[in-house]
Design a binder for this molecule. Structure first.
Ligand SMILES: Cc1ncc(COP(=O)(O)O)c(C=O)c1O
Length: 489
């Protein structure tokens, strides 16, 4: 018989039988009670602990049912020889260490590759609003009251369709609204049934790789380019070959030279990320011809096309495609807000079932209430109005950044206005290190990612990305001053 030092707290809100169960279970898992050890009888333990025998019996029943202890008729109760979660020999009281200090468990090859793949840093407290983090919309100008009213109305309705399991391709009214918007605003050629609502562009990129390519296949990615695309495709086992971007967009000639066997190309033709080049019509036609000739796919990331400040917006590449080779990808992250995690993709009608199945297997479907809210936001005209307001605001913020940077950072940085987007590239003197400049800026509280970080094989010219859309005029001026001071010291 083993002596048991069990600490029960009669004042605790946890019932005594549960406390006893947890104490004995912890003793078994922690090795204080070894396999095969005999436990006191229910009568003895009850007397020992000054609790009722029923309480002890109830704890024993639970431990018996879960396999921690075993009873032999006439012989008493013993700790089980084979423990149910034998591998979980940790004290349930001591929380496992988390973060950098946690011991690394053995990972699969894929797990190790995923761990080594760069991901975008999360926006920490307040960092989204700090100058000059790129890619964040004006969260300070989002119509939160309107959004809250629409949400309250929606949640009060008995819309059980929205609260239950939904269509893996997305809420049909939202898919209809997206198709209508894309046809009118982006010249996308689609029926609403080709639209899939995704968890941002990120999921669309992941689905495109997993449904259309096989592990080991090769794809072209823009150089410099969006690491979200390269990361998602690498995670899907795709060999990503960087293809330089020139003044007309992705260099097809270079792509054919370095990876003629490519089966898919990632492009951001409206506004190349991060350089801001708009793909020329000639390059668009040549890229489409390549895709047809090679039976390859083009993933068109149209992430911020809504924000064009001069000239007419160029229609999407997808609208020029007669061969059904373009997967069009868009997001609400820039027009509404990133945490909404809603985006969309337009896929060839014949591939719809495969995409819907892949989506359902990954995470079933997008969240119903959020989709319905966005559908109403679009249907009631708020979306178009919000884009118009943001276009004006971002043009003002961009102008404020150009003038502040020219005034504060003269001789240190070179910035020019751009026709589109949410960030500018500020060029540094040739031969300087943009990594070093970015580190100094960060130390001064300014977020300005180095252009070299977007290159796979080495940057051509040093520069910093300066996002302006989320930063108000005061912070733009303050940020430019801090940036200049960081670069002079
Ligand atoms: C090129 C590009 N595509 C897409 C996105 C948006 O990603 P998501 O829709 O997953 O938020 C971003 C965001 O920074 C981006 O820079």
């Amino acid at each position: 018989m083993v002596p048991l030092a069990l600490a029960l707290d009669p004042r605790s809100s946890t019932p005594l039988h549960r406390q006893l169960y947890e104490e004995i279970r912890a003793a078994v898992l922690g090795g204080r009670l070894s396999a095969g050890a005999r436990l006191p009888s229910t009568r003895a333990l009850a007397a020992d602990l000054d609790i009722s025998r029923n309480t002890v019996a109830s704890a024993f029943d639970q431990l018996l049912a879960e396999g921690y202890i075993a009873g032999r008729p006439g012989a008493g109760t013993f700790v089980a020889k084979e423990l149910p979660d034998d591998l979980l020999r940790v004290s349930p009281r001591a929380p496992a260490p988390t973060g950098a200090g946690a011991p690394a468990p053995e990972l699969s090859r894929r797990g190790r590759m995923l761990a080594a793949t760069p991901v975008a840093p999360a926006a920490r407290d307040g960092a989204s609003a700090s100058a000059f983090r790129p890619g964040i919309p004006a969260l300070d100008a989002f119509p939160r009251d309107l959004w809250a009213r629409l949400a309250a109305r929606l949640y009060r309705q008995s819309r059980f369709d929205l609260f239950s399991y939904g269509d893996p391709a997305g809420h049909p009214p939202l898919r209809r609204a997206i198709a209508e918007y894309l046809r009118a605003a982006r010249g996308v050629n689609c029926h609403w049934e080709q639209v899939i609502v995704t968890s941002g562009s990120q999921q669309a990129l992941d689905l495109a790789a997993r449904v259309l390519l096989d592990p080991g296949d090769t794809a072209w990615v823009e150089e410099p380019g969006y690491f979200g695309a390269r990361g998602a495709w690498m995670a899907a086992g795709i060999r990503c070959v960087p293809v330089p971007v020139d003044a007309e967009g992705l260099s097809l000639a270079q792509g054919e030279l370095s990876a003629p066997q490519a089966r898919m190309a990632y492009v951001s033709p409206s506004h190349q990320y991060p350089l801001g080049v708009t793909m020329s019509l000639a390059r668009r036609m040549a890229l489409l011809a390549w895709a047809r000739r090679r039976s390859a796919w083009i993933a068109e990331d149209d992430y911020d096309s809504e924000f064009r400040y001069a000239g007419r917006p160029l229609a999407a590449l997808q609208g020029l495609d007669t061969g059904g080779r373009v997967i069009y990808i868009g997001t609400f992250s820039k027009v509404l807000f990133p945490a909404l995690r809603l985006g969309y993709m337009v896929v060839p009608a014949g591939a719809m079932d495969a995409f819907a199945a892949a989506r359902a297997l990954a995470d079933r479907h997008p969240p119903g209430p959020s989709q319905a809210l966005v559908a109403e936001f679009l249907a009631e005209g708020h979306f178009a109005r919000h884009i118009r307001r943001m276009r004006t605001l971002y043009a003002e913020r961009q102008a404020a950044l150009v003038s502040a940077a020219r005034r504060e950072c003269a001789g240190l940085l070179e910035v020019s206005p751009a026709d589109a987007g949410m960030h500018l590239v500020a060029w540094l003197p040739t031969g300087s290190s943009d990594g070093e400049a970015s580190r100094r800026a960060a130390a001064a509280g300014v977020s300005a990612p180095p252009l070299s970080a977007y290159y796979h094989a080495g940057a051509a010219r040093p520069g910093l990305l300066l996002g302006y859309s989320s930063v108000n005029r005061r912070k733009i001026h303050e940020g430019a001053r801090r940036l200049a001071a960081a670069m002079i010291n």
